[in-house]
Design a protein around this ligand. Structure first.
Ligand code: SAH
Length: 423
């Protein structure tokens, strides 16, 4: 099945182009709640998505804010950078154990970073992987490293132009630092959803993904979540069930697809946002964040800028799982062994003082930092649903409310890092 979409062509510019996307390449932004218009136009003038379209629009619009401007992902990805740095020992250990236990070093080391986005983190991860292989080859007294074939994967709307422009400097640096000992390194962009097949059978040695697979392939079907945009304290239990059902389906197929693409004894290191408590409504690291954003959306309703129906029709296509849920799916899917399962927490304001556990010191700065980080990732889907005119107001309200809340109690993101071996 194919569907005709309008989207920005990833590799050339961000003008609108009609393309055919496989159904696997869709991520949804909006769910239907049973109220509002049946078909036709959802709201007046500002945004005209038909209801059936609203269920199928995000595969082509989900991307982080492009370029390197004030609200770009490139400028606001420090939180994700901290996660990559904290997970580095897990990544190094996985590569080491793979190369030391495999029968022979591969001639060409095939690597993918899934959900690579654009910005300083994209090539940071790749440099960690190359460094790790390089060091092991030196320790093993090999003449040279293998060749590297590196794929940078993200959805088609990702700002690959920015990534590609940074490649010459990256190659130059590699050559300077590792001259003589490093064989060739070939880096390519690979647009497509990681919920679809991306590679031939048995072709990948190492799969990496950071801060990406908490994104679902779509908003769960049939959500009745009035007043909320994610699982919240006031959501009924069917909301958690629907999110969990979608997560089980997505994560299971993610593992199944990767198991087909990876060589036996290949390694996969994935890091994503999770939660510490099984009951999502009791988990401050999970729902709280979105509850505050929903409050800000309601302020926009009071100001007559959006309609209540707009909020009822919107749920974020993200799921932050509990450890038990993750382990259960890996076990049921059956292609991987979990070698390590680590968890750590990062302040929601990545620039905030790490040693103080309880509250923030500067509510204006901290609120702004955290709001900017959420905006850099979510602005495209919020713009598509609520219209561009409300975005500045929405995120400045969000910054203020987050800051006020954290004066009383600080909030943190829980990051799960899992290292897996393909059987
Ligand atoms: N790994 C980067 C980016 C994290 S942001 C970092 O650590 O900084 C999450 C990225 O995942 C976004 O660029 C988003 O477009 C991408 N993403 C989300 N769902 C995806 C999917 N189904 N397939 C491929 N990429 C996806």
């Amino acid at each position: 099945m194919y569907k005709l979409f309008r989207h920005a062509h990833p590799f050339f510019d961000h003008s609108s182009t009609a393309v055919l996307l496989d159904v696997h390449h869709q991520v949804l932004v909006s769910s239907t709640s049973g109220s509002g218009a049946q078909n036709g136009v959802l709201r007046r003038g500002r945004l005209t998505i038909r209801r059936d379209e609203a269920k199928h629009v995000v595969g082509n619009i989900l991307h982080m804010n492009v370029g390197d401007g004030e609200h770009s992902y490139s400028k606001h990805s420090l939180l994700q950078e901290i996660a990559i740095k904290k997970a580095k020992p897990v990544l190094e250990e996985a590569i080491k154990s793979m190369l030391r236990t495999g029968s022979a070093f591969p001639k060409c080391f095939n690597v993918v970073d899934l959900g690579c986005s654009s910005g300083p983190n994209t090539l940071l991860t790749i440099s960690y992987i190359i460094d790790a292989v390089y060091r092991i080859c030196q320790q093993e007294k090999l003449a040279k490293t293998p060749d590297f074939q590196v794929f940078l994967n993200d959805l088609p709307g990702n700002d690959c132009n920015t990534v590609f422009k940074s490649l010459p400097v990256f190659y130059e640096k590699l050559e300077k630092e590792k001259c003589g000992f490093l064989s060739s390194c070939f880096i390519s962009g690979l647009p497509g959803s990681f919920y679809g097949r991306l590679f031939p059978n048995n072709s990948l040695h190492f799969v990496h993904s950071s801060y990406s697979i908490h994104w679902l392939s779509k908003v769960p079907d049939g959500l009745m979540n009035k007043g909320n945009i994610y699982m919240a304290k006031t959501s009924c239990s069917t909301v958690h069930e629907a999110y969990l059902k979608q997560y089980r389906k997505d994560f299971h197929s993610f593992l199944r697809l990767r198991s087909q693409e990876m060589v036996s004894n290949g390694r996969m290191v994935i890091a994503f946002i999770g939660r510490t408590m099984i009951d999502p409504s009791a988990s401050r690291d999970c729902c709280y964040y979105w509850e505050i954003l929903a409050k800000c959306l309601y302020e926009l309703v009071d100001e007559g800028l959006i309609e209540e129906d707009d909020i009822d029709l919107f749920n974020v296509p993200i799921y932050t799982p509990h450890e038990e849920e993750v382990r259960e799916i890996v076990e049921i899917e059956g292609s991987f062994t979990i070698d390590r399962f680590e968890m750590f927490q990062i302040n929601n304001d990545p620039r905030d003082n790490d040693t103080n556990e309880d509250f923030i010191f500067n509510e204006i700065e901290s609120g702004k930092n955290a709001s900017n980080y959420v905006r850099a990732g979510l602005e495209p889907i919020f713009t598509k649903h609520f219209g561009a005119s409300v975005i500045d107001s929405l995120f400045s309200k969000y910054a203020k409310l987050l800051g006020e809340n954290w004066l009383l109690e600080k909030a943190k993101n829980t990051i799960m890092v899992i290292s897996l071996t393909k059987h």
